[in-house]
Design a protein around this ligand. Structure first.
Ligand code: THG
Length: 292
């Protein structure tokens, strides 16, 4: 499983101001630290960047490339900023993202081809968020077809089913898992990616890693290819590298309906089991789900 470090983003308390002041130091420090933590790509998230987004993205790409050789995921909804970033990228870039709104398709899809980039196909339709697994399938087929028509091959398409916060709507998460179980049949050569930390948005900070890690282990059941995730959670990095096979196997057994005797498990195993139950909708989410 490939990890794309999420940490360079405009929402961050240190990176936001550094981006606005074009201060390279905190950004380069973070890029180095993410690289050392062992992720394979870096996501550069500047958000909508409505004002001078092009200048900002090319500055950011150059700033990061001075300190790391990792390939870059350009995360912005501004197509002009996207193209400026693509021009600055020295390696094959990942365009984050292309959704199904016509204006996004028209402007961004041609850039994928022109710059021989990879793209994240975000399953966000004209009517917004898909409601279930079937709507995700329809959107995926539509997006892949449109990309193929422009000559973009499936191996350059990373489908993102959109992970949503567990505290908001559990049915969206189960729909996301169900879709992932179907993706390899719909589009065998496409890759997949999720924004993993979305799942724990709104959860107390010290508890977020439990949700993120368990969600990753669950998605591994469906062969998830990659995740945009916190580079600084060492246990998450271990999981992604396949270094925790027993935990992953336990998680998959619980997904298959097994109910292990909690008293026979370690604290770590119990936390994973309880979190699988929350993410499958068997237990209700509350901030105290690990204590119950
Ligand atoms: N799909 C795709 N791209 C995405 C997402 C997705 N990009 C953005 C986001 N979702 C993934 N990236 C993040 C980055 C940070 C956080 C969550 C998702 C996050 N940060 C902490 C916070 O806001 O509390 C800490 C911020 C900080 O560093 O100070 O939660 O789904 N294709």
């Amino acid at each position: 499983m490939i990890l794309v470090g999420e940490n360079i983003n405009i929402m961050s308390q240190t990176i936001g101001p550094a981006l606005r002041q074009k201060d390279p130091q905190p950004i380069q420090e973070l890029a180095r630290a993410e690289t050392e933590a062992g992720v394979s790509w870096l996501d550069l998230n500047i958000g909508p960047a409505r004002k001078a987004g092009d200048e900002l993205m090319s500055w950011l790409v150059n700033t990061v490339q001075e300190v790391t050789n990792l390939p870059l995921s350009l995360d912005t909804t501004n197509p002009v900023a996207m193209e400026a970033g693509l021009k600055a990228c020295q390696r094959k870039a990942l365009i984050n993202s292309v959704s199904l709104q016509p204006e996004r398709l028209e402007k961004v899809l041609p850039l994928v081809k022109q710059y021989n980039a990879s793209m994240i196909g975000l399953l966000w339709g004209v009517e917004g968020m898909p409601r279930d697994a079937n709507e995700r399938c329809l959107l995926a087929v539509d997006l892949i077809y449109k990309a193929n028509q422009l000559g973009i091959p499936n191996e350059n398409i990373w489908i993102d089913p959109i992970v949503t916060p567990v505290s908001v709507e559990i049915n969206q998460i189960t729909a996301c898992f169900e879709f992932m179980s179907m993706l390899s049949d719909i589009a065998p050569d496409c890759k997949s990616i999720v924004g993993l930390s979305n799942v724990s948005n709104g959860t107390p900070a010290h508890l977020r890693p439990y949700l993120n890690r368990t969600c990753l282990a669950m998605l591994m059941k469906y062969g998830l290819y990659s995740a945009i995730a916190d580079a600084f959670d060492p246990e998450l990095v271990k999981l992604a590298r396949g270094e925790m096979p027993q935990i992953v196997e336990l998680v998959h057994r619980v997904m298959d309906g097994e109910s292990p005797d909690l008293s026979s498990l370690s604290q770590q195993e119990r936390n994973y089991v309880k979190t699988v139950r929350v993410l499958t909708g068997q237990s209700l989410y509350s901030h105290s789900w690990l204590e119950i």
